[in-house]
Design a protein around this ligand. Structure first.
Ligand code: CP3
Length: 337
């Protein structure tokens, strides 16, 4: 995985899945029974077990740290919860400058348990790399401003367009928090990071550059400063128009959703970035024959890039049959480009 991220041709194409730990695994549902999502993220033994589950079951080439993008917000004191089947819900949505005072900077001591979890994990993982992650400032802001998940991000965009100064102040604060969360994970032993800007595809390119890119760049730079050898992956959904600008923010690997074929994405990126993706997660519900064909098609398209990390175009869907995910891993590993 690290070799592919660094554009050094590995022996086989590496594969892992966004949301590989989680509801699709019976062993996950079992250990999570009776424990709230955000509580489970703060228990190092449980985080270690859940992070390792998909590595054991699937033989994926990387582990992704079990946590959530809102964990560092909660750690600085923002009132929020993750509701099952809904997602993050914020007690008091962000509306005015006074609301900034309720979002203090993140200090490493606030997330000592995260460093502990990463330490336990890297000891158990052996040669399998651990990917640390955080939410990018825009996506975190979207939850804070909307108060929860939203289809159109109307309030977020309204704040961004009508009060650019407050928007910038909010994104700077969130960049500090996001960078702090990533740096703690890297300092404790994560070998790579992924910055999720899941919902930034809602913006046109010019607005992305003006209102978002500087804060995402600040996060990625802060990781590079700490460890220049840790690859930085940057991903968002529906970001086909934004891929070069997201690369410019400081990504080594650009995550691509399932809407843009990887050879097209590679051409848009000028041919000099590794890519990650991008099988439609819905295809895991299709027949083995169709699934196998689409996996190979994705591998062939990915071969156009100087490095390819196989993944889905977004997270594993909750009702996915784990045997189908295992079939994808085996098909990727068996592929001889
Ligand atoms: O396996 C992994 O990928 C690592 C764990 C992980 C989780 N959240 C655990 C989780 C990761 C990387 C995330 C990132 C995350 N969280 C993102 C970015 C990735 C993406 O999907 O675009 C976003 C937008 C969130 C916010 C969030 N948290 C959502 C949208 C949800 C799902 C709501 C739902 O139930 O449909 C959550 C909850 C969440 N985060 C779960 C898990 C395993 C489900 C919790 C449960 O009810 O068991």
């Amino acid at each position: 995985m690290l070799r592919a991220a660094r554009r050094l041709r590995p022996a086989h194409t590496p594969v892992w899945f966004m949301r590989q730990a989680g509801r699709s695994l019976p062993e996950y549902r079992k250990v999570r029974e009776g424990i709230a999502m955000l509580d489970s993220c703060r228990r190092p033994e449980l985080v270690t077990e859940i992070t390792l589950q998909p590595v054991r079951r699937y033989g994926v080439d990387a582990a992704i740290f079990f946590s959530d993008i809102v964990v560092p917000l909660k750690a600085v004191g923002v009132g929020l919860d993750i509701r099952p089947g809904v997602g993050p819900v914020i007690d008091q949505p962000f509306r005015t400058r006074a609301d900034l005072d309720r979002i203090p900077e993140l200090e490493p001591e606030m997330i000592g348990d995260i460093a502990e979890s990463v330490g336990l994990l890297t000891a158990e993982l052996g040669g399998t790399p651990l990917i640390g992650f955080a939410g990018a400032p825009f996506t975190l802001a979207s939850y804070l401003v909307e108060g929860g998940p939203s289809r159109d991000l109307a309030r977020t965009k309204a704040l961004m367009y009508s009060d650019p100064q407050l928007w910038e102040a909010l994104l700077q604060r969130l960049a500090q928090i996001s960078a702090g969360f990533l740096r703690v994970q890297v300092a404790a032993g994560a070998s790579a990071v992924q910055l999720f800007d899941s919902w930034v595809g809602a913006l046109p390119l010019a607005d992305y550059r003006r209102f978002v890119q500087p804060s995402s760049a600040a996060v990625l730079d802060a990781v590079r400063e700490l460890d220049p050898t840790a690859p930085r992956i940057h991903f968002g959904v529906q970001t086909g128009e934004l891929l070069p600008a997201m690369a410019e923010a400081g990504a080594d690997v650009v995550g691509v959703d399932f809407r843009v074929p990887l050879d097209v994405a590679t051409a848009r990126l000028g041919g000099d970035h590794a890519v990650q993706g991008n099988l439609d997660p819905a295809l895991l519900f299709a027949s083995r024959e169709v699934l196998g064909q689409r996996v190979r098609q994705t591998l062939e398209a990915g071969a156009a890039a100087p490095g390819h990390i196989f993944n889905l175009g977004h997270g594993v869907l909750p009702d996915t049959d784990p045997d189908q995910a295992k079939f994808v891993v085996d098909t990727v590993h068996a592929w001889k480009g």
